[in-house]
Design a protein around this ligand. Sequence first.
Ligand code: PMP
Length: 397
Amino acid sequence: MFENVKEIPGDALLALMVAFKNDPNPNKIDLGVGVYKDDTGLTPVLNVVKKAEAFLLENEVSKGYIGATGSPELGPLLQKLMLGDNHPLITESRIATAQTPGGTGALRVAGDLINAVNPAARIWVSDPTWSNHFHVFAGAGVEVRTYPYYDADQNGLAIDAMLEAIRQIPQGDVILLHASCHNPTGIDPTAEQWDQISTLVAERSLVPLIDCAYQGFGEGLEEDVYGLRTLLSQCPEALITTSCSKNFGLYNERIGALSLVTEKAEHCQRAFTQVANCIRANYSNPPAHGAAIVTTILSDHALRQQWEQELADMRQRIQRMRNELVSSLQSLNCNRDFTFIAQQKGMFSYSGLSKEEVLYLRAHFGIYAVESGRINIAGINDQNIGLLSEAIHQAIQ
Ligand code: PMP
């Protein structure tokens, strides 16, 4: 069976991680991998997570299976986090949520669900998007197409081209939109642009799949779901994939969720049986620990407040690094304007650096960024920002 198997090239980002690890340069800087790092370069366990885990260690009574759609408490808590209390979708029972292994698991179940209920539907993703979107949907047998998103000349959103492309998408297809902190560009639509996008998506009878992987990492827990709420106020049906990897720092616990929004409550109940079926056929039921942590935090007033503070600390550190990188490059009289970096949201930035410039940084300074020019702003800290700015200044000469 395996004698003539073709080798598949590994993930470019993982290869970058390995190259970074093997680089003996003591001043090397990792701007590649998409995890939050604090000012000392560590991806910390949040203090509030430690508290929740201590509570669980004392109080957990069983390791029994939790069922295909996971913790029954998690769904309502995540719905309220995204929609706010007493949202009509909640009071009208038009939303149902299944716990999944991370945001990736949610995307895969969403792909399986699309394939099960409307095999003709294609999914449209932004160009560029998180590269795994292609793998996940192709793996689920859903055809993936792209719509324009990035305007390289302006380092901004190509809103006109994007709207024009959405106008051409056939009715009933699915369109994936990043709720906030667009990966990889860091460029989010403004409120006015979200209004335009939502109106058009509804007009075209498309089903939005809202990938909500960074709630709280952009401008705030409420601000980061403006687009999500606007889309849901206009579109009768939707899918939402949630990741708790970044905002709870629970990357390796694999905790996320898939929410289904339907026009009527009875559609929701019926369609949710399809979600459960997709999960059973895939991994039977999800791991319990991450959901238990998130549920413990979100259902306790003091823990929730502590979480919001720790999340705000992460968000503000990223924003501070954006601002400091811009002013540090300005103070070196760089021959390029980088002010757009301070306007972008979340961990990632399309820096505008070319592939050659990225490779120069790697070869001469041990600075590791993705060849597209994407940098993880959370990899910058007070210790390395001076060197990084000098290096960029040289690379673009
Ligand atoms: N969607 C986007 C846009 C992401 O950037 C990521 C993580 N890089 C995910 C989904 C998946 O997150 P998780 O690690 O929870 O599977």
